[in-house]
Ligand binder design. Structure first.
Ligand SMILES: [Zn+2]
Length: 154
């Protein structure tokens, strides 16, 4: 049985890696995302370069989704805890900030984005966006850390 296909959104067929409209020639690849239960799908890319980039990049993320999910859960837990407890223990704010920094670092190295994001812009730009989001989180975390440090009650 043929694999199900995966297309980017839009009227014109686009390369799933770089997001550019596909002209002939293009190539079809059987592609599986790096997450455990992802199905193998038939995708179209511009050429061998896009194919290699797509497969090599995804290989780096293979099996690492639990790390990303772990960081996300830790972020939710630590920020909730620090928001509940900081009125009594001001230092608890650092817990939430640590969660933000861990999430930012994780997102930088493992820029998992939603399937909707990929469908909109392709894998390449999707990963870039995830990476930028990671950097923003790191910057916000550092600024928040400085702010908390400066405003800490003596
Ligand atoms: Zn391409």
């Amino acid at each position: 049985m043929a694999n199900p296909q995966f297309h980017l959104s839009g009227k014109k067929d686009r390369c799933v890696w770089c997001g550019q409209p596909l002209g002939p020639p293009f190539i079809t690849v059987d592609f599986k995302e790096g997450t455990k239960n992802a199905p193998t799908r038939e995708v179209k890319v511009c050429n061998e370069t896009c194919k290699t980039d797509l497969i090599e990049t995804e290989k780096k993320f293979e099996g690492k989704a639990p790390v990303f999910i772990g960081a996300l859960i830790w972020l939710l837990l630590s920020s909730t805890l620090s928001l509940i407890l900081f009125s009594k223990h001001y230092n608890m704010l650092y817990l939430g900030i640590a969660g933000v920094l861990i999430m930012g670092t994780t997102a930088y190295f493992l820029p998992f984005v939603t399937p909707q994001t990929v469908q909109m812009m392709g894998y390449k730009k999707g990963f870039r966006l995830g990476r930028i989001a990671g950097i923003i989180l790191i910057v916000v975390g550092i600024l928040a850390g400085v702010l908390v440090y400066v405003t800490a009650p003596a």
